[in-house]
Design a protein around this ligand. Structure first.
Ligand SMILES: Cc1cc2nc3c(=O)[nH]c(=O)nc-3n(C[C@H](O)[C@H](O)[C@H](O)COP(=O)(O)OP(=O)(O)OC[C@H]3O[C@@H](n4cnc5c(N)ncnc54)[C@H](O)[C@@H]3O)c2cc1C
Length: 423
């Protein structure tokens, strides 16, 4: 047994601590907020989206970027900055926008996502956690034939890797989800995956924090990681301790799970992690007074606007947007109002849009290829669990188990090709 310090208590840090504790390690979690799951894991889209993992850097993306940047209602916004890391990330992203790379990333992500699904099912079956979890399936709708045809090609491609999905025409989409009636005119078709799931990521983090505390995991909350004390032995760097604003914590191993902030800390340690924040927004609409055909009963993605909808208990979580705007969590009212307008057009009777919709934004820790960075780093006892982008909730358990196994000296249960810093 060794003492492992997990840095960060978002969904990634929490699940990593869970598997390390299960493996018998002494675990300490350091988190700058008072509780787990208060940053990007707080009000995300809620979708456990195991079969929709194709990276943002897809083959058809480059020609779409100029119109997106010009449109006022664009899902993507680029705020250029005098920031070398921003440009470096954007160039790598553009280089990844081709079919071969996109398919390679999709295969790696599917492997990880299905592994994660199996592990989440184990947790749901065995742990006292309530997080609005439901297996209600997901429907991705398309408003133009070319996008729908592209999605059908992805469906065919993914079938060989275990995805069970169906392509539906517009009428079939409406039969499946009658709440889409207000946009019936623009639903050309959809891809339905019955096995997709949803749940509240923040509720999961909080419930797991309680479970972990009851099993002896130490939470050093309201404590901020500032720097590392590094020793060099036989030309190999090793972290002796982490210095926080309150103390210095020594351990045998450390796991970086600080979301978008990981890249900055890696830089202070002398290595580059290709992670940049992609800011997204969400709303949470009370649906308790809506009738059964007004709010969607399955998760929906409106691909034309890149907005996702998931029913979490009596609330509809509405999430979207990707703003390349650096490390800022300013809640831009223009973007919030746009999201409200888009949601209201799709599900106008799902709830009262004049009530408090709990607008929120978070920074997706995105890599150019869309694949996370797991395991070894250039520092001997520093492990990485980083760069989960738009899929951190979906991939969390798989990534955490992989990293925990590596720290325990065991071979991970899935191949790590394409999922490490070295690739
Ligand atoms: C709008 C939106 C919608 C999304 N929808 C989905 C979805 O439907 N499905 C899905 O799978 N994923 C979704 N995601 C992505 C998912 O939310 C993220 O990938 C995931 O939350 C990242 O988790 P994390 O633990 O790495 O980061 P975080 O949740 O940000 O956790 C990092 C933690 O590290 C802590 N920390 C940082 N720096 C320090 C420091 N110096 N000292 C101490 N602590 C520190 C932070 O306080 C934080 O608690 C969405 C994201 C957004 C923004």
């Amino acid at each position: 047994m060794s003492h492992v310090v997990v840095l960060g208590a978002g969904i990634i840090g929490i699940t990593t601590a869970y598997y390390l504790n299960k493996a018998g390690h002494q675990v300490t979690v350091v988190e700058r907020n008072a509780q787990a799951g208060l940053e990007t894991s707080y009000a995300n889209g809620g979708q456990l989206s195991y079969s929709y993992v194709a990276p943002l850097a897809g083959p058809g993306v480059v020609p779409k970027i100029p119109p997106w940047l010009l449109r006022a209602d664009s899902p993507l916004r680029f705020y250029p900055r005098f920031d070398f890391d921003q440009w470096r990330w954007c160039i790598a992203f553009l280089q990844a926008c081709n079919r071969p790379q996109s398919e390679i990333s999709t295969v790696h992500l599917l492997r990880l996502a299905y592994y994660s699904r199996k592990l989440i099912h184990d947790i749901v079956a065995n742990e006292p956690v309530r997080f609005g979890y439901r297996r209600n399936g997901k429907l991705v709708i398309f408003s133009d034939q070319a996008s729908f045809d592209g999605a059908k090609r992805t469906l065919d491609f993914q079938r060989a890797f275990g995805s069970e999905q169906a392509a539906l025409d517009g009428n079939q989409c409406l039969d499946l989800e009658p709440a889409l009636q207000h946009i019936r005119h623009r639903v050309v078709g959809g891809i339905h995956t019955a096995s997709e799931e949803a749940g509240d990521c923040h509720d999961f983090c909080v419930a797991m924090e309680a479970v972990l505390k009851s099993r002896g995991v130490t939470f050093r909350t309201s404590e901020t990681v500032q720097r590392f004390v590094v020793d060099t032995k036989d030309n190999q760097k090793q972290i002796r301790s982490v210095v926080t604003d309150k103390d210095e914590v020594a351990a045998d191993a450390f796991v970086m799970a600080m979301g978008a902030a990981n890249a900055w800390h890696a830089k202070t340690l002398g290595f580059y992690m290709p992670i940049y924040p992609l800011k997204g927004y969400s709303l949470t609409l009370d649906t308790s007074r809506a009738d059964v055909t007004s709010a969607p009963h399955i998760s929906v993605t409106d691909s034309a606007y890149k907005v996702v909808y998931a029913l979490l208990g009596n609330e509809l979580r509405i999430a979207g947007m990707a703003d390349i705007a650096g490390f800022n969590t300013y809640l831009d009212p223009v973007r919030v109002n746009l999201l409200i307008k888009q949601a209201k057009a799709v599900f106008p009777d799902a709830g009262d849009y004049t009530a408090d919709l709990k607008p929120w934004c978070g920074l997706r820790p995105a890599t150019p290829k869309g694949t996370p960075i797991l395991g070894a780093s250039p520092i001997a006892n520093l492990y990485l669990n980083a760069g989960h982008g738009a899929l951190g909730w979906t991939l969390s358990c798989g990534c955490a188990k992989v990293v925990s196994d590596m720290i325990s000296g065991q071979a991970p249960e899935i191949a790590l090709e394409g999922l490490t810093l070295a690739h």
